[in-house]
Design a protein. Structure first.
Lengths: 118, 116
């Protein structure tokens, strides 16, 4: 089945540690996105990538890093510089040319990763 | 300035009744798209409905319809005949421009509770 896989689903980290969240898609989508969700804040964009080996900062990129070495993979590293990393992280993707039954720009989401800093 | 504003943090509706979730947006682009997503307590994001800025008719998908008022820059979601399973967080989102790879801007969401 095609979809987006995020791992791990739950992650605990000590302060000062870097952690990497995995996002893999087998939908052959071109663009991939990382959003952060906090209660009452909605979804805020961290980074996105429209093509392999290229990515752009979103609204809250400080303390995060990404790479896009393969079309299907877009890992997010939460570094020790991120002051308040406890949150729910959602990865998403979308194709350049949507299938006829898809809305243009419709994002497909993974199930999310919940990061807790102890 | 907020691109997407959802002014209702929480809404309550009785089963089988209709409910409207408000969304206003801010853009100077002529081409844009508006989306509604549902997020149950499990955390997954479920796409509900889409309205393009050039679409003349309001979008409908089953029990969901989007009340698109372009001059007012509003894109309210109407859920008819509410069901208990509709209890969830609902997000309005916007894509600016015509590129399908553009980012989506999300609102803060409305928590809908359907009671029997």
């Amino acid at each position: 089945d095609g979809g987006i896989t995020q791992s791990p689903k739950y992650l605990f980290r000590k302060e000062g540690q870097n952690v990497t969240l995995s996002c893999e898609q087998n939908l052959n989508h071109d663009a991939m996105y990382w959003y952060r969700q906090d209660p009452g804040q909605g979804l805020r964009l961290i980074y996105y990538s429209q093509i392999v080996n290229d990515f752009q900062k979103g609204d809250i990129a400080e303390g995060y890093s990404v790479s896009r070495e393969k079309k299907e993979s877009f890992p997010l590293t939460v570094t020790s510089a991120q002051k308040n990393p406890t949150a729910f992280y959602l990865c998403a993707s979308t194709p350049l040319i949507p299938a006829p039954f898809l809305a243009p720009g419709e994002l497909f989401f993974g199930e999310g990763s919940r990061l807790t800093v102890l | 300035a907020q691109k997407i504003t959802q002014t209702q943090p929480g809404m309550f509706v009785q089963e089988k009744e209709a409910v409207t979730l408000d969304c206003t947006y801010d853009t100077s682009d002529q081409s844009y798209g508006l989306f509604w997503y549902k997020q149950p307590s499990s955390g997954e994001m479920i796409f509900l409905i889409y309205q393009g800025s050039y679409d003349e008719q309001n979008a409908t998908e089953g029990r969901y319809s989007l009340n698109f008022q372009k001059a007012r820059k509003s894109a309210n979601l109407v859920i008819s005949a509410s069901q208990l399973g509709d209890s969830a967080m609902y997000f309005c989102a916007m894509r600016e421009g015509s590129s399908t790879l553009g980012r989506l801007y999300f609102g803060r969401g409305t928590q809908l509770t359907v009671w029997p």
